[in-house]
Design a binder for this molecule. Structure first.
Ligand SMILES: O=P(O)(O)OC[C@H]1O[C@H](O[C@H]2O[C@H](CO)[C@@H](O)[C@H](O)[C@H]2O)[C@H](O)[C@@H](O)[C@@H]1O
Length: 255
């Protein structure tokens, strides 16, 4: 008989149940797109609504600034989206490569090959109006949500460029990205959790995408837990919420 060995962090636990209420020793780590705001057709069409602004203000106050956005977006993009709120929360951007805590900020250098890769993507995917190319601090993302049929072509181009450049191909929702290697949301969260005022608290991380799995595993190792947002799937998260509305409701409850 063959026994399959699997890391317990990634075993699916079915059915995933709703997360318990937050407690005063938690740090609150939140993915952005698909978790705090609904997904929309274009990355640049996302806006912060007033309800989300009030919710983040509430979390900052209740958890004494132990609140972070942990996103595939760059810190520059997050600052633009969050406006004044960005000064009072920590930002882990670029899939964990950038860690901007309250008293320190680390952004690695942009890989020199990225400019050439971005040019090649524009050239090879020219004439595909449903394909959007998003230029980021440490990566370039190619979105096909407006034209899902273009996925095979996008995948082939991005895969080839990953092989020739040494950049990492990051899967996303209706998106493929070429990004700098060496970090993920797990390493980003681990670096953040060493910083004041996060150190010594129990992290709770909510996210919806495959890039969030490394974050779920990381918070579990630190005595916290992950909350998957969306339909069930094999995951390192311990709990699940159905959608952005359910996340906002859960976060809005007082600990
Ligand atoms: O880690 P996240 O905060 O979830 O960021 C992941 C990516 O989010 C954005 O793309 C996604 O949202 C877009 C807007 O709703 C949507 O059009 C796209 O299909 C999604 O993949 C963002 O544009 C990426 O840079 C992030 O990596």
């Amino acid at each position: 008989m063959v026994h399959a060995l699997r890391d317990p962090d990634v075993l699916p636990r079915n059915p995933l149940i709703e997360p318990p209420a937050l407690t005063s020793d938690n740090s609150i780590l939140l993915d952005f797109d698909g978790t705090m705001v609904d997904l929309v057709d274009r990355p640049d069409a996302v806006v912060m609504d007033a309800e989300l602004g009030r919710l983040i203000d509430h979390l900052i106050e209740v958890f004494d600034r132990r609140v972070a956005i942990v996103s595939g977006r760059s810190v520059t993009q997050l600052k633009f989206l969050l406006g004044r709120l960005a000064t009072d929360i920590a930002l882990v951007g670029s899939h964990g490569a950038e860690v901007h805590a309250h008293t320190s900020a680390a952004t690695p250098l942009r890989p020199p090959e990225l400019d050439g890769v971005e040019q090649a993507i524009h050239f090879q995917l020219a004439g595909m109006p449903g394909v959007l190319i998003e230029s980021k601090t440490l990566g370039v993302a190619v979105h096909y949500r407006l034209d899902p049929c273009s996925e095979p072509r996008v995948r082939a181009v991005v895969k080839d460029l990953a092989a020739s450049s040494g950049l990492v191909m990051q899967e996303g929702k209706m998106m493929l990205e070429l990004r700098t290697a060496g970090a993920d949301k797990g390493t980003g969260i681990a670096a953040l959790m060493n910083q004041p005022p996060f150190a010594g608290t129990r992290p709770v991380f909510a996210g919806d995408d495959v890039t969030d799995e490394a974050g779920f595993a990381a918070v579990a190792r630190m005595g916290g837990h992950g909350v998957l947002v969306g339909p069930e799937r094999p995951t390192a998260a311990r709990y699940r919420l159905a959608d952005v509305g359910a996340v906002r409701q859960w976060l809005g409850r007082r600990p």
